[in-house]
Design a protein around this ligand. Sequence first.
Ligand code: SAM
Length: 226
Amino acid sequence: MAVSPEQQISATHFVREIEKNDGSVLKVYQCSTGDVGCVVWDAAIVLSKYLETEQFCNSRSGVSTWSSKQVMELGAGTGVVGIMAASLGANVTVTDLEDLQPLLQLNIQENRELVRTGSITAKVLKWGENVTDFLPHPDYILMADCIYYEQSVVPLAETLKLLSGPDTCIICCYEQRTMGVNPEVEKRFFELLLQDFEAEEVPAERQDPEFNSPDIHILHLRRRNG
Ligand SMILES: C[S@@+](CC[C@H](N)C(=O)[O-])C[C@H]1O[C@@H](n2cnc3c(N)ncnc32)[C@H](O)[C@@H]1O
C-alpha cells in the first residue's frame, strides 16, 4: 500500500504547537530520533514569545519592530524562533548544519501561511566558517540554546563577531545549566564574547508573562564602540 507524504511525516516526526498573541498557531515539527537540533528547546519558546512582547510589537498601533528587519538565526534547529520573527514581518535567514536543513525546510513549508509581509530562507552555516554569503550585517542575530559544548566556544564567538556590524543587536537566549561542563562552557563563552560586546540582560518583567523561567536568560549584545 502506498504511504502518503503526511503518513511518512507522522511516522518520524511529532508536532509542537505554539500559539501567537494574535491567536494563530505555529506548527513546529520535531524528529522522533536525531541530534539536539531536532527538537524545540525551552529557550527557543522563551525567545520566540519574547519577540512578540510589547517592546517589539505594539498591540495598539499594530506596529512591529520586526517589519522589514534583516534577521539571522544561528543554530536554528527546528527554526521556530526564525519562523516567529518572519511571521512578525522580518526577512529571516535561519541557519544550522547541513543535517538540519530538511527539518528547517519542512517547518518553513508548514508555516508558510503565517509569513505574509516577511520572508524566510534556510541556509547552512557552520560556526567558524566564512560568513561573506550572509553580509551585509543583519539588524538582529537570534540564538537560542547554542552555548553547550566546549569545541563551539571559539568558532561561535568568531561567527558572532564577523556577522555583527555597529548597529547589529544579538539576542541570545540560553538555559543556565549547573551540570557537567555547562557552567565552564558558558563562562568561557561570555568571557570571550564580552571582550568585544556589551551585554544587557532582559529582566523577567520585560519577557512574556507566561513563557519565562528563572533558569532561562535573555541577553541583548552589541559591539563595543571602537
Ligand atoms: C541545543 S540545539 C538548539 C536548537 C534551537 N535553537 C532550539 O533552541 O530549539 C543547538 C543547535 O546548534 C546547532 N549547532 C551545533 N554546533 C554547530 C556548529 N558548529 N555550527 C552551526 N550550528 C551548530 C545544532 O545543530 C543545533 O541545532
